[in-house]
Design a protein around this ligand. Structure first.
Ligand code: NCD
Length: 315
């Protein structure tokens, strides 16, 4: 158990909800990343810091890492968890209850809500109806701010810094919510960004605009080969099959944009490959044995960063 003195440091920045990465100023992001580093020890030794708190996880969409790492984070801080992992088992899915009524109910059972929902804007709506903090664990194809924070933490931990980093965001940049939040989060730092996607899945202009406005150098490239060369971080993502209005459009791009062992041989020796996971065929299993493959280290960072987020919101 970690003594209270380790956790006693006052949280200088207050945050009620975490809906978009844009809700955070740079000093708040840095604060979360610094506190996440402190959580490395707490995660192992455990604490009772959030002993009196209950976290509700409302997952209207599938999840392995996000939900379980939030639960693991809360349990390591001594808190309790409840919730559902499938909309069908709740009245919202099975009986047609509105999101507003679901939130008005759950706020009476818990101290914080962690929600994933298929609709853009859903997390913001939930926060409007909620009297307890809401954390967005993925809203449609729009945003996934806690993933972006763990991605930033992973880059900082593995590369030692964020400023001066070059990063290639690859794969489904249109429907992938992780790259939207990460791109905007990276905009606070002195980074160079390459975007690599199939032509039909290019990054939304609004996100590119946001990055450029912040002074980030953004270039778009056409191939995985161009994306992996001369860069510190390759961030690969899955083609988001479930978001395609027309399955034939998915068939056109499926399996066409992937990192193989051949691509890794083009990378710098000290470059890293990250991926929010799950992967399908965009990241070949043969890549796993290369030293650049860091996506399973990234998974553990999800626990660490979510401990820091829960501590910040619930303290
Ligand atoms: C991502 C998501 O749900 O947006 N997964 C995750 O949270 N680690 C990425 C994906 O599903 O492809």
């Amino acid at each position: 158990m970690v003594p209270d003195s380790v956790l006693g440091a006052r949280y200088m920045v207050e945050l009620r909800n975490l809906i978009s990465i844009l809700d955070l100023e740079k000093k708040q992001i840095d604060h979360i990343l610094d506190n996440a580093a402190k959580m490395e020890e707490v995660a192992v030794k455990r604490s009772k810091d959030l002993e009196s708190k209950i976290m509700a996880t409302l997952f209207f969409e599938p999840s392995t890492r996000t939900r379980l790492s939030f639960e693991s984070a809360m349990l390591r801080l001594g808190g309790s968890v409840l919730g559902f992992a499938e909309a069908g088992t709740s009245s919202a899915g099975g009986k047609g209850e509105t999101l507003a009524d679901t939130i008005r109910t759950v706020e009476r059972y818990a101290d914080v809500i962690v929600m994933r929902h298929p609709l853009d804007g859903s997390a913001r709506v939930a926060a409007e109806f909620s009297n307890i903090p809401v954390i967005n664990a993925g809203s449609g194809s729009e945003e996934h701010p806690t993933q972006a924070l763990l991605d930033l933490y992973s880059i900082k931990k593995l590369k030692g810094r964020l400023d001066g980093i070059s990063i290639s965001l690859c794969g489904d940049l249109k429907y992938g919510r992780t790259v939207h939040s990460l791109g905007m989060g990276l905009s606070h730092y002195d980074v160079t960004i390459k975007l690599a996607a199939p032509p039909s899945l290019r990054m939304k202009p609004a996100v590119i605009e946001q990055m450029k406005k912040a002074g980030v150098s953004v270039t778009e490239v056409d191939s995985v080969e161009e994306a992996v060369k001369d860069t510190d971080v390759v961030y690969m993502t899955r083609i988001q099959k479930e978001r395609f209005p027309d399955p034939r459009e998915y068939d056109k791009v499926s399996g066409r944009f992937s990192i193989t062992a051949q691509d890794v041989s083009l990378m710098r020796d000290d470059a890293i490959i990250l991926h929010p996971l799950p992967r399908v065929d965009e990241l070949s299993a043969e890549v796993d044995s290369f030293p650049q493959a860091k996506y399973f280290d990234q998974v553990y960072n999800g626990v660490i960063v979510r401990m820091a987020i829960l501590k910040m919101i619930l303290s």
